[in-house]
Design a protein around this ligand. Structure first.
Ligand code: GDP
Ligand code: GDP
Length: 438
């Protein structure tokens, strides 16, 4: 599980600037909450091999009693609750304010690891100007300049070092018994709980009792048609009598972590809503994580023919980057169309785990090159010689040769298509890397 850092501070101290520094991907996930001027953003990054999730929050005024600031304070508290450590940002130029004291009081009572960071400190020496921040009672203040990137790396190291040690990953090890780890992801209200309960209520599916409830990963093991599965929870599932209910309605952090640790993600959409920004963000994250994916459009029973066609076009337009995935149109409530979803899940899993032997890969590569030679780029024409598999889940194909810098994106996509077809790689992202011999 990646640790979670929350960036907290009053408006304009530089939280989003720092957030952008800390996250490589531009594709931050946004939790939309109606009526907010400023949403929570979730992104991910890494420092060397250490990966983390970072949450940017809006302006935080813990004592706000009404209006937008009260709502923003609530959002920030939720982000802080999901975080393993808090980065509290103050403005080195503006100096200490009453709001900073309020926030510090709140954070001190919380008892989570907290790092105090003074932003906009470019050109400042650590002495006098920063001394006043010690008053906050949160220990040493770390000067950074988010805008210029100064001190950010050292600050990140301190924040990651402050984290409690991660729990041993024995859960995952215990599960390497051929189970397909499956995450059902989607916005609030698309029908995740309904689907899971429909599944777990089927007699063809044998659900086992929930393992002990740890803080994060809860997995529901079950078996269907001789295949073992492990359902990774995205919302704090709890068994209540015969049904599972979600403790929290929606947690972006849990969704991200579930996607990370899954083999296959079932991304659920809502036919009555079409593809929303948040759907597209989650889909982008799945692709970035390299996870196998199956799309299911739920509530198909609730829309007419006109709407159905519109939704299909919407998916093509907005989720075109997942066109390697199978799409199903289902009704979790009416139990319609669910069988084929299972077939796609196992197919996607097999594709993600497929072994691609070097001789076959090389043959497919050479046939592809014969059919269509890459264009000359500069002085040289790229020479694609052989290919081998560089990884699984997602499959990575490493192409070896000379002058491969000149291989265009278009040509790479052409190769991807040939490899996908030859190895029946449906439902999994596929990465192709070029390795030039020198
Ligand atoms: P947020 O409201 O806390 O997310 O703050 P923003 O990231 O939007 O930044 C607020 C303002 O501070 C913007 O005008 C930024 O350009 C500026 N800013 C952010 N970081 C720095 C910094 O390191 N130095 C200086 N001088 N300005 C900064
Ligand atoms: P979750 O937040 O993603 O877990 O969504 P829920 O499972 O709580 O479902 C949200 C709402 O959608 C509930 O009112 C469900 O009854 C309704 N719903 C779920 N599946 C379907 C479906 O297949 N068709 C229709 N018409 N409604 C559904």
């Amino acid at each position: 599980m990646k640790p979670v850092l929350a960036l907290v501070g009053r408006p304009n101290v530089g939280k989003s600037t720092l957030f952008n520094r800390l996250t490589k991907s531009r594709d931050a996930i946004v939790a939309d909450f109606a009526g907010l001027t400023r949403d929570r953003h979730y992104g991910q990054g890494h420092l060397g091999a250490r990966e983390y999730i970072v949450i940017d929050t809006g302006g935080f005024e813990p004592t706000a009693e009404s209006g937008i600031y009260k709502e923003m304070a609530k959002q920030t508290r939720q982000a802080v609750a999901e975080a393993d450590a808090v980065v509290f940002i103050v403005d080195a130029r503006a100096g200490l304010s009453a709001q900073d004291h309020d926030i510090a009081n709140y954070l001190r009572r919380l008892g989570k690891p907290c790092l105090l960071v003074a932003n906009k400190a470019e050109g400042m020496t650590e002495g006098a100007q920063l001394a006043e921040f010690y008053e906050l009672g949160l220990g040493a203040v770390v000067p950074v300049s988010a805008a210029h990137g100064q001190g950010v790396r050292g600050m990140l190291e301190l924040a990651l070092d402050a984290l409690p040690l991660p729990a041993a990953e024995d859960e995952e090890a215990a599960e390497d018994d051929g189970s397909i780890r499956l995450a059902v992801a989607g916005r609030p209200n698309v029908g995740k709980s309904t689907l899971i309960n429909t599944w777990l209520g089927e007699e063809r599916l044998v659900a086992f009792d929930l393992p002990g409830t740890t803080r994060d990963a809860i997995r529901v093991p079950f078996e269907r048609g001789g295949q073992k599965y492990s359902l990774i929870d995205t919302a704090g599932l709890r068994r209540k009598g015969k049904v599972f209910e979600a403790i929290e309605k929606f947690s972006v952090v849990k969704t991200l972590q579930a996607i990370e640790s899954a083999h296959v993600v079932l991304l659920l959409l809502d036919a009555t809503q079409g593809v929303t920004d948040q759907d597209a963000h989650i889909a982008g994250f799945i692709l970035e994580a390299g996870r196998a994916v199956v799309l299911a459009v739920n509530k198909w029973d609730a829309v007419d023919a006109y709407r159905r066609e519109w939704v299909q076009r919407d998916i093509e337009a907005r989720l075109g980057f997942l066109k390697f995935a199978n799409i199903h149109y289902i009704s979790a409530q009416k139990r319609q169309g669910l069988g084929p979803v299972w077939k796609s899940i196992t197919q996607a899993h097999q594709a993600a785990m497929r072994k691609l032997p070097t001789p076959q890969l090389t043959r497919v590569l050479q046939e592809a090159v014969q059919f269509q030679t890459p264009k000359r780029s500069g002085m040289y024409r790229p020479k694609l010689r052989y290919a081998h598999q560089g990884g699984m889940n997602p499959p990575i194909i490493v192409v070896h040769g000379n002058s491969l810098e000149g291989v265009t994106e278009v040509y790479k996509r052409y190769l991807e298509g040939r490899f996908r077809k030859a190895f029946d790689l449906v439902g999994t992202p596929l990465r192709i890397e070029m390795k030039t011999a020198h």
